[in-house]
Design a protein around this ligand. Sequence first.
Ligand SMILES: [Zn+2]
Length: 319
Amino acid sequence: MTSTITESTVFVMATKTFINNKEWVCQYVPCYIESQTAENVSIKPFNKTGIFVVSLLEFNALFVYLERDSLYVYVDSYPSGRILISEFQVKKISLNKLIKHFSDNSVFVSLIKKVEQDSYGGKGSQKCVNMLEYNAYITSTNSTSFKLERIGDPIFNRTARHTVPILDTFSREEFEASPSFPAPIGIRNADFALPTEQNELLLELLTQLFNCVGSPVCPPIIASELGLIITTETHMCKWCCEKISLANLDQTYCSKIHSINLCHCDPEVGTKKGNVYWGHCSCNREQGGYSEEERINQLIKLVKSNPLYIEHVLLELLT
Ligand SMILES: [Zn+2]
């Protein structure tokens, strides 16, 4: 059980990633001090659900104090340099009741789980060092062989979306110069979202599912508990402007023409509220890795260089 944050709660952050109780404690993630004894400090990192007990010696060597006021904790590693303290106490929305209710409908359950997975988890990097490799590296007297293998990656393999966002411009050289190296230090910038935004995204994508043609009915009590406002048979794929149907859906991941997937209006922006929606896999493939805006600009050029189409396009737009 974690304690409540009060006006006098103290915030700190680690200056390098380290391992505690078989888990990574990530650098530059704000943590609040839950309790303290003569030997130990118990901290609750923003991106973790549990409490970590750090010896006073380790705490003094690794942690620095963060400024705070009644609303925010100030931390340069996060967008806008601060985080609302209330975000520390935002809990994940549980979809267990929903999953249990639809347990006989495996395809629909797989869609609910996809919503949960993408709302709360980043894509991660499989190149991220594991704890065994990390310990071997830091205890090795000769790290040259590790360097040749390009050990590690700044991005965690699996972690919460409110871990420190790492900009795409962050270089390998900067990573190797980091005191945490070769331990991971954050999450892809496109995967970053604060807990409130993750919950909003989860509810938005869930609402879209229930708004599809042929969707099973959400029990009113669960809809009301989650705060879902369902308007059946209204959800459309943004690419082809057709309503999405869950009837005869074969959800063997985009292998069939009628499959659906989470599509991004702008892939660079990532899984953010308003930028992601349930669309057709085939439409997603057509869009490719481009944003909608890029595709529209390409079409404008194509139409301009083919005068026969201009009149046709204008007519289409006016009707
Ligand atoms: Zn479509």
